[in-house]
Design a protein around this ligand. Structure first.
Ligand SMILES: C[S@@+](CC[C@H](N)C(=O)[O-])C[C@H]1O[C@@H](n2cnc3c(N)ncnc32)[C@H](O)[C@@H]1O
Length: 287
């Protein structure tokens, strides 16, 4: 459960900012929280999952709505986004309200948990998961839920950060405490196993992994400056603006240190409708 940040500017003090959780804070500063690879990743998912205007898509952990909106804008199909965090859903709804009518008619956001997805079985052509599973203790329960709501022969896409090189304990500790979640310092194979574990019987249909880099300090400063100039932050008192800049700078410095060790993958997992034979003669160049 999270505490909603105040609606009224005058109730926002440096102390309120300092006590905000990570997810409340990014919703508050209106950061477009993107999956690794951003729009390019969303395009790869949409194309490889064969989405059409008739498709029905669910995004798990939709945060402030980036992926859901991008799918609706490009594919023009129906998209539902769920997230456990109320502030994220409130902000996603604000962004949706300022969208064009055709997109508004296609997308809806609601507060819900991945452990108990509030939809019937077998109704989505694609379930998109971008990083949300990292925030969950009951990963196997969540994957069972992703599978339950996916149509037979439909897809689950997973875009997942992993540690490409083992990180120092201090780095993992500082990220965990920043986002309020105990981060598992897992590598690529361990993370992939969460979704391809035998108990779920999902076919690994598409897989590609990528490296990530940290950013120079000037880029981080510039990025923080961009947020402080946003009108809804400029309208706050100077001490509050300073608290926001400090908190954001601190988060980004922690994430940047962590990025040196990270990679991410995009996987499409398919829900089988009948048993299939293994393939023997395959090229490793095919993805
Ligand atoms: C890193 S963000 C994902 C943002 C974006 N979807 C992406 O592709 O990167 C993870 C989101 O998962 C949400 N989340 C964490 N646990 C959840 C759960 N049990 N059910 C639904 N959403 C959850 C968090 O509130 C957060 O907004």
């Amino acid at each position: 459960m999270t505490t909603m940040p105040p609606n009224n500017d005058k109730d926002i003090t440096p102390e309120v900012i300092s006590n905000m959780s990570y997810t409340d804070f990014i919703a508050f500063i209106k950061e477009t929280n993107r999956c690794p690879g951003g729009k390019k990743t969303v395009r790869i998912i949409a194309q490889n999952a064969f989405l059409t205007k008739e498709s029905h898509v669910l995004e798990i952990g939709s945060n402030t709505g980036f992926t859901s909106l991008e799918i609706a804008r490009t594919v023009k199909c129906r998209v539902e986004g769920i997230d456990i965090n109320e502030s994220c859903i409130r902000e996603a709804q604000n962004i949706l309200d300022s969208e064009t009518k055709p997109v508004r008619n296609l997308v809806s956001f609601s507060v819900a948990s991945a452990y108990d997805i509030p939809f019937s079985a077998e109704i989505f052509d694609l379930v998109i998961v971008g990083g949300a599973t990292s925030f969950m203790d009951r990963k196997s329960r969540a994957v069972s839920e992703y599978k339950r709501v996916t149509k037979t022969w439909g897809f689950i896409s997973v875009t997942q950060l992993f540690y490409a090189t083992p990180p120092p304990t201090s780095v993992v500790k500082s990220v965990s405490s920043a986002i309020g979640v105990e981060i598992e310092p897992w590598g690529e194979e361990r993370w992939l196993n969460v979704f391809t574990d035998r108990e779920h019987d999902l076919e690994l249909y598409y897989y590609k992994s990528y490296g990530l880099n940290d950013r120079p300090k000037e880029h981080i400063d510039e990025y923080v400056g961009y947020f402080i100039k946003k009108p809804h932050i400029q309208s706050l008192s100077k001490p509050v603006q300073i608290a926001i800049a400090d908190k954001w700078q601190n988060y980004l410095a922690i994430f940047n240190r962590n990025h040196k060790y990270l990679g991410f993958f995009t996987a499409l997992l398919r829900k089988r409708g009948s048993p299939e034979e293994p393939e023997l003669f395959m090229s490793n160049d095919l993805i």
